[in-house]
Design a protein around this ligand. Structure first.
Ligand SMILES: C[S@@+](CC[C@H](N)C(=O)[O-])C[C@H]1O[C@@H](n2cnc3c(N)ncnc32)[C@H](O)[C@@H]1O
Length: 279
């Protein structure tokens, strides 16, 4: 049986006892700086190896780039970066060399950067990338709403698809989504315009109070969970429910776990708030 490892907070579902690199490994340092460091160290090491052992490589840009990729992987691993970055380090320089050969117009690069920013915003700071709840997860969240009319919040609502489905299925409830990435927010906001009981707000959900919501849904990342646990304890009313897709609070057993029968073996961690920290 495969199950989520509570000890390592893995996004992946390695069996307990197997080595596991959590998606937030290495987040203590600035992730942009450590990625840059891995690339620079990879370039220095590859240059040194080429000069000392195989000077012919200096005339072969693609082969040199492949060597730099291998060295950057090594540096990234030694720097303790998360495993998902290794293939990116391996391919970054070889792809840069290949694409450079295509002689594309210069404006394409800043345009690509702006596009990435609009979709993902400051993922390097939030440590929460954009990935969306699937249909089966959305249905499982719907089943977790109380029978009586209530207010529901989605922290980082992405394209708003989850909330649209919930809002249509439960016209007696009110739904709020907050999103800080401009393009997903714009899409969510536009698509919510014909859904009367759904409001999409632009902004940082850390600045939004969780008080007054019967259910708060979060699909974030392990890096966000300690702060979210404190925020939920401080602000949510006793009896309110926090549903976290995939990522549990650290050092706390959920009150219930819903196993979704999707391909990812998604788990919804359900916490019934006690309001213990409210004074
Ligand atoms: C994993 S996606 C989940 C999307 C949606 N809730 C769902 O379940 O399909 C997380 C979203 O949170 C957004 N996000 C991350 N940090 C945020 C913050 N501090 N304020 C607002 N949105 C944030 C990201 O831009 C991303 O769209």
């Amino acid at each position: 049986m495969r199950r989520l490892r509570p000890d390592a907070l893995c996004l992946t579902t390695e069996p307990v006892g197997q080595p596991c690199i959590s998606p937030d490994a290495g987040v203590g340092r600035n992730p942009m700086l450590s990625a840059l460091a891995a690339q620079i160290l990879g370039a220095l090491l590859a240059g040194l190896l080429a000069v000392l052992l195989a000077p012919r490589l200096l005339a072969l840009p693609l082969a040199l780039a492949a060597l730099q990729g291998a060295c950057a992987v090594l540096a990234s691993w030694r720097l303790g970066e998360p495993a998902w970055r290794l293939p990116i380090h391996a391919l970054f320089m070889p792809l840069a060399v290949l694409v450079h050969g295509l002689d594309l117009p210069a404006w394409l690069w800043p345009a690509g950067l702006v596009m990435l920013l609009l979709v993902f915003w400051r993922t390097d700071r939030s440590q929460v990338p954009l990935f969306l709840s699937n249909r089966l997860c959305r249905k499982a969240v719907l089943d977790l709403l109380p029978a009586s009319p209530c207010r529901v919040l989605d922290l980082g609502c992405g394209d708003g698809a989850l909330l649209r489905q919930l809002a249509r299925a439960r016209p007696d409830c009110r739904f709020v989504g907050i999103e800080h990435a401009p393009l997903p927010w714009c899409w969510a906001w536009l698509s919510a315009s014909n859904v009367g009981n759904l409001e999409i707000r632009f902004g940082d959900f850390w600045n939004h109070s969780l008080a007054g919501y019967a259910v708060v849904h979060a699909f974030l990342s392990p890096a966000a969970m300690p702060r979210l646990a404190t925020k939920a304890d401080d602000e949510m009313a006793p009896g309110a429910r926090l549903v976290s897709n995939s990522f549990p609070f650290p050092d706390r057993q959920p009150d219930a776990v819903v196993d979704v029968t999707d391909r990812r073996h998604t788990r919804l961690h359900v916490y019934e708030l006690q309001g213990a920290r409210r004074s």
